[in-house]
Design a protein around this ligand. Sequence first.
Ligand SMILES: [Zn+2]
Length: 396
Amino acid sequence: MDVFVRRGDTLWYYSQIFNINLQLIFDSNRDIQSGSLSIGQRVRVPGFVAVDYRINSGDTLWSIAARRNLSQDALFLVNPNIDPNRLQVGQTIKIPQRITWRLVQGKQEYDYSTMMTDLARLERVYPFIRTPSAGNSVLGNDIPEVLIGNGPKRVHYNGSFHANEWITTPVIMTFLNDYLLSLTNYNPIRGLSMQPLYGETTLSIVPMVNPDGVNLVLNGPPPNEPHRSRVVELNSGSTDFTGWKANIRGVDLNDQFPARWELEKERNQVGPGPRDYVGERPLSEPEAIAMAELTRRRDFSRVLAFHTQGEVIYWGFENLEPPEAEPMVQEFGRVSGYEPVKTIESYAGYKDWFIQDWRRPGFTVELGFGVNPLPLSQFDEIYQESLGIFLAGLYM
Ligand SMILES: [Zn+2]
């Protein structure tokens, strides 16, 4: 929501009148140097929208504000030209409305365009988040990263490395939305106040690492050639892509990282196709390159890659994981009911590479139980199980 600066206004005053944390207002207006507001300037107030209201007979600004638990000045701020003594019945004014509900509807077939629409809506209402690009997919889809917070603990979550595990994307997006709601409404999640976490952590989220693959599973092959014919051929002539994990070139993105990649290649002697093909070399695919470059640039303190299924959490790689990884995974297990598993015979995954190169905690979390793609009927249960992990990833 936009307000317009008057003589004497400060961001602190807006924070008081709308009951929004001052830091969130600062971060929603990064172009404004503090203390340099100019009259008439637009300032973004997060967590609110301005909705239209038609004046009824008997309305006064005072009564309209009081009914909504707003100060009268909040109405002046969003209606800079209003004359309170000349309200006309039928006249339309703006009213600040606090957003207390989710904008993300996670329980749906959540393809790439659904995510992009939701990210744009979240960014409009919560402009203190940033959504830089991490890179592009084979088909040229932007792979957005979402950044929340200003803290030194740099936490990274990602989803949908694997195409038919796309339910991880709406699960993560729902958490993002709940975090933002908690920050702007001061309501705790599971008894935990999120306000301190905003200052202590920088949360980086890549909700959909493999957009082309997710669209393939949900919408079928793309209309454009040569990708269409090629990918159907890689799928043995079938247009049913429910078993597809790879990117659109048939490379398994979670087998692309330089962490004993040759061993993984030996283990999976398959060519391009729905799953397990390691590629011609490590980091041959743009989506994997984007994740590797992002990880180097951000220097994450810890990473959690969300997959389905199995209700287990992998936390080791070649005994290179740091000692603090074990108490962390115990806590993740405690809050989710999932089983910590140190290692399986598997290499070249994102978390393997992170543990190997940074010697910091890296986890692969396998949400839910069943056959991929997990049905949406499991969404609420999976969200409840993963919520504790999302929180513990920030507070631990
Ligand atoms: Zn997976």
